[in-house]
Design a protein around this ligand. Structure first.
Ligand code: FES
Ligand code: FES
Length: 217
């Protein structure tokens, strides 16, 4: 073998990096793996998104719901609701009774107070599906025809509200307070009405309205 032949077979051809076309260079290796890797990642994301979407759709379809029958202000109402629905949302959003107000939606303000079987409750914390067969009284059910409930009238007489947002809850709570007999003194009324917040600060007049309505002891 001549020295010329050795040089040609051992050395790279002009313009080549020294590797045959079947052997990837470092640059082509990185470019290829990046592209393939990207496709795999993208494919994984797409597949993952589809999977999540399908799972969410299935979960949404599977939201448990129940039929519940309640007597609201003397009228029997039957509705099918998501099991997580609060009594407050059932009243406001399913039955259109928006007199009960949503303040904190967490049991801290009393704006949502209604009577359930005669007992005052925070309707925002009460699951509707647990009340099948219950009797509910809201502010819309207190008056008789055009005649206000005595406590509603007392709130007017005593000027016991400003913005009025807390008032339906105050009145339902006051009705409960009177039925429970916690009206022996202004202090007692204040104590037993303390779960109902009035941001306008009408507390003195609210207590007077409850006093005006409570039977004399
Ligand atoms: S809205 Fe129910 S306690 Fe505030
Ligand atoms: S009257 Fe406004 S919050 Fe009570």
């Amino acid at each position: 073998m001549s020295s010329t032949e050795l040089t040609e077979s051992a050395g790279p051809p002009p313009g080549d990096s020294g590797q045959s076309s079947a052997t990837p260079t470092r640059r082509t290796f990185i470019a290829t793996t990046t592209a393939v890797g990207g496709a795999v990642v993208a494919g994984g994301l797409i597949a993952g998104t589809s999977l999540v979407d399908a799972q969410e759709a299935a979960a949404a379809d599977a939201v448990p719901s129940s039929r519940v029958s309640l007597t609201v202000n003397g009228t029997r109402r039957t509705v099918t609701v998501d099991n997580r629905t609060s009594l407050l949302d059932l009243l406001r959003e399913h039955l259109g009774l928006t007199g009960s107000k949503k303040g904190c939606n967490a049991g801290a303000c009393g704006a949502c107070t209604v009577l359930v079987d005669g007992e005052r409750v925070n309707s925002c914390l009460t699951l509707a599906v647990r009340l099948d067969g219950a009797e509910i009284t809201t502010i819309e059910g207190l008056a008789e025809d055009d005649r206000l409930h005595p406590l509603q009238q007392a709130f007017i007489d005593q000027d016991a509200f400003q913005c009025g947002y807390c008032t339906p809850g105050q009145i339902l709570s006051g009705v409960g307070c009177i039925q429970e007999g916690h009206t022996g003194s202004p202090e007692e009324i204040r104590e037993w009405m303390s779960g109902n917040i009035c941001r306008c600060g009408c507390y003195v007049k609210i207590v007077r309205a409850v006093e005006q309505t409570a039977p004399r002891k």
